[in-house]
Design a protein around this ligand. Structure first.
Ligand SMILES: [Zn+2]
Ligand SMILES: [Zn+2]
Length: 372
């Protein structure tokens, strides 16, 4: 079968590899579509994990074969999955910190090599603790594969929204109008919040407006980095996003800020742009070793909370699937590019370089192939 194999930092190439052998309890899917996620891009760019691996975890596909002992699935069933499932027994699971559970951290779907998702491949197998642990989700009639592929990313966004504990009527400021920011926007609106969105790319903010943002703010030149340098000392209020938030949202700042951009400067802006005792939730800071310039007085004195949210929550799987399958949140407007596997390099390039006309990038496969 054809798969896009990660061979080292920045190096992904399409290769012919053997179909992974199916073991008891496992399910083999023919991949129909796989979203390109920001975490894949970071792993590929930074080379944090040893090659070879096959990334891609936002998958929708069709069951082609099942291992011994699998009774709930049969060939032809359409499915999407969570590539991580926690043990539900350890102390971290008891504390609902599922994404920190040692079992959760093992990747449970693979197309070969060290498991890493496996969605950038014609076929992917789902391991027994995923199929047995509720991680394989049936796609209902009438839902398209490209919609179903959003169940996992919507879960991760929903988890962050839960951590922010947004109440009706609150103001939420989102940094980043990319695919994740636009999902957060819709989820925050479902909680009854007024949502404000900021981004460097004005065209992306037009999508935010169409999806219900109360107001949007294109970060002006000079870029935020320079504005922040100017903002040291007594001129700290020069940060244009902070000024805008205080003028347009509330003089004290927003109730909640959600940071859906990898920019370290955005964290400092977000902390300043929320009111005393407000919350800042980080979504895009998924690597260890990253640092950011922040005024910790906003935490220690102004009692603002800086909260991290990583990966999905098993408690929210059903809700995430329901939001997609009932089209309560719209994901199709987020898809701007669909590439065949052969063009994965271009797909990764587009996803890695956000532009005026790009949002979510998908890898799409022909629909009728059978396993070789
Ligand atoms: Zn992802
Ligand atoms: Zn656990």
């Amino acid at each position: 079968m054809k798969a896009a194999v990660y061979r080292g930092p920045g190096n992904v190439r399409v290769e012919d590899i053997p179909l992974p052998p199916l073991e008891p309890g496992e399910v083999l899917l023919k991949v129909e579509i796989c979203g390109v996620c920001g975490t894949d891009l970071k792993k590929i760019a930074h080379g944090d994990l040893s090659p070879p691996r096959i990334f891609g975890h936002e998958v929708a596909g069709k069951v082609v074969s099942v291992g011994n002992g699998v009774t709930q699935w049969r060939p032809g069933n359409r499915a999407t999955f969570f590539h991580h499932i926690p043990c539900r027994l350890c102390d971290l699971c008891q504390a609902r910190a599922y994404a920190q559970c040692p079992q959760y951290l093992k990747v449970g779907t693979t197309a070969g090599f060290e498991p890493a998702g496996g969605g950038f491949s014609e076929f992917v197998k789902v391991k027994d603790w995923i199929t047995g642990g509720g991680g394989l989700i049936k796609i209902p009639e009438g839902v398209e594969p490209e919609e179903a592929a959003f169940v996992e990313p919507v879960n991760t966004a929903l988890k962050g929204i839960e951590k922010a504990a947004i109440r009706p009527g609150q103001s939420v400021l989102i940094f980043g109008s990319g695919p994740v920011g636009l999902i957060l926007l819709q989820l925050a609106r479902l909680k009854g919040a007024k949502v404000f969105v900021t981004d460097l790319i004005p065209e992306r903010l037009q999508v935010a407006k169409r999806l219900g943002a109360t107001d949007v703010f294109p970060i002006p030149a000079p870029p935020l980095e320079k504005a922040l340098k100017d903002a040291s000392g007594e001129n700290r209020d020069c940060d244009p996003v902070v000024l805008w938030a205080k003028e347009r949202i509330d003089q004290r700042g927003a109730d909640v800020a959600l940071v859906a951009t990898a920019s370290p400067q955005a964290i400092g802006s977000a902390l300043q742009a929320v009111r005393p005792a407000g919350k800042v939730v980080l979504f895009a800071q998924t690597r260890l070793g990253e640092t950011a310039p922040i005024d910790v007085g906003h935490i220690g004195k102004l009692e603002k909370e800086l909260i991290g949210s990583y990966s999905a929550s098993v408690d929210l799987q059903e809700e995430a699937a329901r939001l997609i399958f009932t089209r309560t949140i719209e994901v199709k407007p987020l898809i701007t590019h669909r590439f065949p596997l052969e063009e994965i390099k271009e797909a990764l390039r587009v996803a890695m370089n956000p532009s005026a006309n790009s949002l979510k990038v998908m890898i799409q496969f022909p629909q009728d192939g059978m396993p070789p």
